[in-house]
Design a binder for this molecule. Structure first.
Ligand code: ADP
Length: 132
């Protein structure tokens, strides 16, 4: 049993895709262990996306990610980290295969519906970051 942190991004919430995305995850056998609604502030986003702060489009990401409500969830299941990343598909929605969450619902590189932890090491840090 493994946990992963998932963020349903502002595009997911504003476009009414939350139920669809959670269904995909639940249908794959993953369970919600914790869940809350937040509006993310600049400081938390700078920490969460610290690997991107040097990139020219970083301010756009912060603007997008703070533009509306997000749903933060801890999801658990066998091999949750890798399985959720596979269910999401690659970062660029345009390149994500159909059948993946980003391929079916995402719009572009930035508006790609959801975040999920990318490694077992990241999970603990991300859960602490968003749930304290
Ligand atoms: P992932 O979310 O797939 O782990 P990254 O950690 O590389 O991808 O990027 C974090 C987020 O920053 C992406 O999910 C996306 O919203 C945004 N992003 C990444 N690359 C780009 C890009 N080239 N242009 C616009 N937004 C991007």
């Amino acid at each position: 049993m493994e946990q992963s942190l998932v963020i349903l991004k502002p595009d997911c919430v504003s476009r009414g895709l939350v139920g669809n995305v959670i269904s995909r995850l639940e249908n794959a056998g993953l369970k919600i262990a914790a869940c809350k609604v937040m509006v993310l502030g600049d400081a938390l986003l700078a920490e969460h996306y610290s690997h991107l702060t040097h990139l020219p489009f970083f301010p756009e990401i912060v603007k997008f990610m703070s533009s509306g409500r997000v749903i933060i969830m801890v999801m658990e299941g066998e091999n949750a980290v890798d399985r959720i990343r596979a269910l999401l598909g690659p970062t660029d929605s345009q390149k994500a295969p159909s059948g993946t969450i980003r391929g079916d619902f995402g719009l572009d590189k930035m508006r790609n519906v959801a975040h999920a932890s990318d490694s077992g090491d990241a999970v603990g840090k991300e859960i602490a970051r968003f749930f304290g």
